[in-house]
Design a protein around this ligand. Structure first.
Ligand SMILES: [Zn+2]
Length: 323
């Protein structure tokens, strides 16, 4: 029996892989919760029409755009525009329109911080506009193949060829554009195995993708190669890149500071250490969730789609699996 409820994975597939919930899973009389989810999902789809893309200035020539899905980063300048992430496909025209109001110049590059659909859903549309897509090697690898959710055995088909990144790299890639040095870092497996952190060196701005989020407990996508120890290691490496003046654009949520990143890192490490200690004592995974490990964090982090119990399970299964 799966320890993490299938409801969680349905929501996950819907938002992260933009997968429609198959009709044979809809049995309204049997599952009022599922029917509620379907209603929410249908709503979410229809609501793309009402989504507004709102830019805010982060530094000279650097902006953050909010809409629905992951935060978008934009750098403008005389040599062209560079974009980080692109939310869901139905929003591409609105996103392009919002970017053009900041600067009408051509969009030259689009960086995917990782493969999830709420960050890369518009790849096909931007490629058609002539934009060069850049990502970690593993993002392209995974987009090219059918994926299987290890927990639910559900398969996700490959992404359309038009969505695949044109330029990929393993550890580090430098851009020199608009008099700025832009460094793409891959530190470790964490949220997925293809996470990219984008650093604007002179502007002192970092876009973390979902390696750092502000919606609550982070999600570790083990099916896409993620791991809790690497997640914490990635946060440690981000902390080495930034200082007290760095503007941190998270994968989701408002612009943050080094203090915010450090706090999340320490709290996740605390939970990881407590789960590891319980496993060492021989406790069963299902018993570890009732130890109250996340009680003191739930008020702050439990409002997102990953609940404290889900997170403890994720960490425990991850550590037990030797990751
Ligand atoms: Zn993600």
């Amino acid at each position: 029996m799966p320890l993490i409820p299938s409801m969680f994975w349905l929501i996950f597939d819907y938002f992260y892989h933009s997968i429609k919930i198959p009709s044979h899973e809809i049995n309204l009389s049997k599952s009022p919760l599922l029917s509620l989810l379907i209603a929410l999902s249908v709503n979410a789809q229809a609501n793309y029409d009402t989504v507004q893309i709102k830019p805010s200035k982060v530094a000279e020539q650097i902006y953050m755009l909010k809409g629905a899905g992951g935060n978008i980063g934009v750098m403008t300048g005389r040599e062209g525009t560079l974009v980080i992430d692109n939310q869901f496909a139905p929003l591409s025209n609105k996103i392009n329109g919002a970017i053009k109001t900041l600067d009408p110049a051509e969009i030259k590059f689009l960086i995917n911080t990782h493969l999830h659909g709420d960050h890369s859903g518009g790849n096909e549309n931007f490629k058609k506009m002539g934009v060069t897509i850049v990502a970690h090697d593993q993002v392209r690898e995974r987009m090219m193949k059918e994926s299987v959710n290890a927990r639910t055995s559900k398969t996700t088909p490959p992404r359309d060829k038009e969505a695949w990144p044109a330029i990929t790299f393993a550890d580090k890639l430098n851009f020199h554009l608009n008099d700025e040095d832009i460094i793409l870092h891959h530190f470790d497996i964490g949220h997925t195995d293809g996470d990219v952190i984008v650093q604007f060196k002179k502007s002192n701005v970092v876009h973390t993708g979902d390696a750092f989020v502000r919606y609550g407990y982070p999600f570790i996508d083990v099916s896409s190669g993620g791991a809790v120890n690497g997640f914490i290691n990635t946060l440690d490496k981000i902390l080495l890149l930034i200082d007290d003046n760095t503007k941190v654009i998270p994968g989701h949520g408002e612009v943050a500071t080094k203090t915010d990143v450090k706090k999340v890192r320490d709290n996740i490490a605390d939970i990881r250490d407590q789960v590891a200690a319980a496993l060492k004592k021989g406790k069963k995974i299902e018993d570890i969730t009732s130890l109250g490990i996340t009680d003191k964090y739930d008020a702050e982090y439990g409002k997102g789609f990953v609940k404290g119990k889900d997170f403890v399970l994720m960490v425990a299964e991850n550590l037990k699996g030797g990751r």
